[in-house]
Design a binder for this molecule. Sequence first.
Ligand code: SF4
Ligand code: SF4
Length: 474
Amino acid sequence: MTSLSDTTKLSASARDFIDEGFFHGLIAQPFDRGAFREALAKSMAKEALSVEETAALLAAEGADEVETLFDSARRLKRDVYGNRIVLFAPLYLGNECVNDCAYCAFRRSNREVVRRTLAPEDIRAQVEVLVDKGHKRLILVFGEHPRYDAEFIGRCVRQVYAIRSGHGEIRRVNINAAPLDHEGFATVKEAGIGTYQVFQETYHHGTYRAVHGQNTRKGDYSWRLDALARAMEAGCDDVGIGALFGLYDWRFETLGLVAHALHLQKHYGVGPHTISFPRLRPAQGVSLDDTYKVGDPEFKRLVAILRLAVPYTGMILTAREPPALRREVMAFGVSQIDAGTRIELGGYTEGGPEQAVDREQFHIGDVRPLDDVMRDLLTDGYIPSFCTACYRLGRTGEHFMEFAIPGFIQNLCTPNALTTLHEYLVDYASPETREAGRRLIRDELAKLPEGPRKTELIDRLRRIEETEERDLYL
Ligand code: SF4
Ligand code: SF4
C-alpha cells in the first residue's frame, strides 16, 4: 500500500483491499438465481455477506427480484432493530479547508463561500438551541485544515458535553472530520467522542484521483482508506464508513463499502458501527457531472442490499434526501436519521426560513423541524430514540452487545428508547406530537411482558412526568 504519508504511520493492517478488476468482473456477471437465493438465505439468517454474495444481490434487476430484496430488507430490519430510530443533528463547526474536492462548496478554490470557524461562544449558542429543541446526539463536522487538529476537535467535544440548558444536554458527540494519525485518534478518544466518521467518498481509484487531485491531503487514497484502522488501533473502536453515491458506479461503491466493513471486521474483530450512503447533492459553485447519477430506484436497491449485506451495522440516512423518499427507504433498514438539520455555519441561530447558500456544503432535501419529524415517525409506528445509555455506562462494544446478548434489545434498548422519547414529549414536544407519542408509549407498554422490568419502566416514565428527574437510563 503506497502512501504520500510516512508509511510508518499507517495501521498494521494497511493494504489496498479494493481490487478493481475483481469488482468489475463481479458487476459484469449475469443474474444467477441460485446465487441470489443463497445470498438472501444467508442474510435472513443474519450473517454478513461476502463481496461475491453482495454482487449476487446487485445483479437482481427484474421487478420480482427487486421486490424480494425490499421485502427481505424490511423483514431483517424489523427482526434485528425492531421499530426504533435514533435521531441526531449535525453541527458544522468550521469550513476552512485545504482540499479541493470537486463536489463540495467548501473546496479551497471556491471563492464565493463565506469561511468561518465557530468561536466558543458561537458553539455555545448553537448547542443551546439544539438542546432546547430536544436533541441529545450531535455529529460535529469539520473541514480539513491545520487549525482543526486533534486538540482543537477534542476541545470542541469537551465544550459541547459541558453545556446544559433547561432539562437537557448533549449526551453523545460524534465526529466527521479528516483522517488523523494514531496520536490524533487517541486524543479525540480521550475527549470522549462517540463515533468517528471518515467517508472514502469513492472507492474507485481513478475517480478518487480525478475529484480530489493528487497534491492535496485528501488526494492520498491510501491514507484515507487506512484511517479507521488507525482509529481502531488507537482505541476508537466505534467508527463510521461511507461513500458519496454519484461519483462512480453505485454497484462498485456498494462492493467497496462491504469490502471495507469486512476488512475492519477481519483485522479488529469488529466492523464499522455505521454505514452512510449520501447521494451527491447540488451545491453552490459546483457543477455536477451526472454520468453516475443514482436515481431513486437504484438508491432504494442499494439501501436494501447494504442492509442485507451487513445485518448488524447501523445505517444512517441523512436529510440530503427529501421526506417522502426518507420515509420509504427507512423501512429497508435505516437505524439513524438526522432531523431539524441546518448545515450552514451558525445556521441553528442565524438561519432564516431559507438556507444560506454561501455558508453550506450542499443543499439539503429535508428541512422539516425536529418536532415534525418526530410526529411523522410516531404516526408511522416508529419509536424515535435518543438513547445513549451504553456509551454513558461504559458498556463498550455497545453495538455488539445489542445483538449478541439475548434479550438486550427488549430489556434495555426498548425501555431506554421509551424513556428518552418520554423526556422529549414532556420537555419539548408540540401538543400534537405529545399526543401521538403518548399513544405510541401506551401501545409499546402493552406489548411488554409483565414483570419487574416493566414495573421499573412505568415508574421511570412517571418520575419524568412528575419530577425534574431526567436521564434515567438502564
Ligand atoms: Fe474540504 Fe470535506 Fe469539502 Fe473536501 S468534502 S472540500 S475535505 S470540506
Ligand atoms: Fe444503543 Fe445501548 Fe441504548 Fe440499546 S441501550 S439503544 S445498544 S445505547
